[in-house]
Design a protein around this ligand. Structure first.
Ligand code: ADP
Length: 213
């Protein structure tokens, strides 16, 4: 199954994508993770992306379309995959449809993680991330066993540059302006499946399982 996860930053798409990916062996294709890997590797693509990401702006469509175009052709995507954070604009959605049509495939569901902005700010500003393995924590609701250190690998946790309070409001604005139109795009194609994301992890997973039946 080819799934698109849609929703504002901080709505838990990545967490649920990781869970589902380990249950069903569909890889999680996160453009955010791919771009951060390019930044860490110091590639020219990474340098270009960083300036947009640090401000909470979107990276140009051509860059992320290129990344996804390469990725979906790899063998592990054969039985399905979860698109987490892509598409984020209408041109990206159109490019995705074109790409998949060329491969004789199509998106089967677009799951919308619904959550009010008022909750997102607290989730994002309190988020701490392991730069090594991508594990996520929260200073109040999901603290690591030892303050500031990843439970899995012992690496010092960081606050992502775009999780700083000044940048968060811009990311939410960008979401409403550029990404929310995709709700209509997938609704028109009868692929949209909204779920409530302002609940506990297991309840969200359950909601997700329901819409995948
Ligand atoms: P979140 O969902 O929490 O905002 P991501 O890791 O998905 O975090 O994305 C972080 C940043 O990476 C975005 O703010 C944007 O700059 C860039 N990015 C990720 N995916 C895309 C995309 N599909 N199109 C454009 N920019 C993207």
């Amino acid at each position: 199954m080819i799934l698109v996860f849609l929703g504002p930053p901080g709505s838990g798409k990545g967490t649920q994508a990781k869970r589902l990916s380990s249950q069903r062996s569909w890889p999680q294709l996160s453009t955010g993770d791919m771009l951060r890997a390019a930044i860490q590797a110091g590639t020219s693509l990474g340098r270009e992306a960083k300036s947009f990401m640090d401000q909470g702006a979107l990276v140009p469509d051509s860059v992320v379309i290129g990344l996804i175009g390469e990725r979906v052709k790899q063998a592990d995507c054969a039985s399905g995959f979860i698109l987490d954070g892509f598409p984020r604009t209408i041109p990206q959605a159109e490019a995705l449809d074109q790409l998949l049509t060329g491969l004789g495939r199509q998106v089967q569901r677009a799951v919308l993680f619904e959550m009010p902005d008022s909750l997102l700010v607290g989730r994002l500003s309190g988020r701490r991330t392991c730069p090594q393995d991508g594990s996520m924590y929260h200073v109040e609701s999901a603290r690591p066993r030892k303050d500031g250190v990843c439970d899995q690998c012992g690496t010092a946790l960081i606050q992502r540059p775009d999780d700083h309070e000044e940048v968060i409001s811009n990311r939410l604005k960008v979401y409403h302006r550029q990404t929310e139109p995709l709700v209509g795009y997938y609704r028109e194609r009868q692929l949209l499946r909204p779920i409530r994301a302002d609940q506990g992890l297991d309840q969200v997973s359950q909601g997700l399982a329901e819409v995948l039946k």
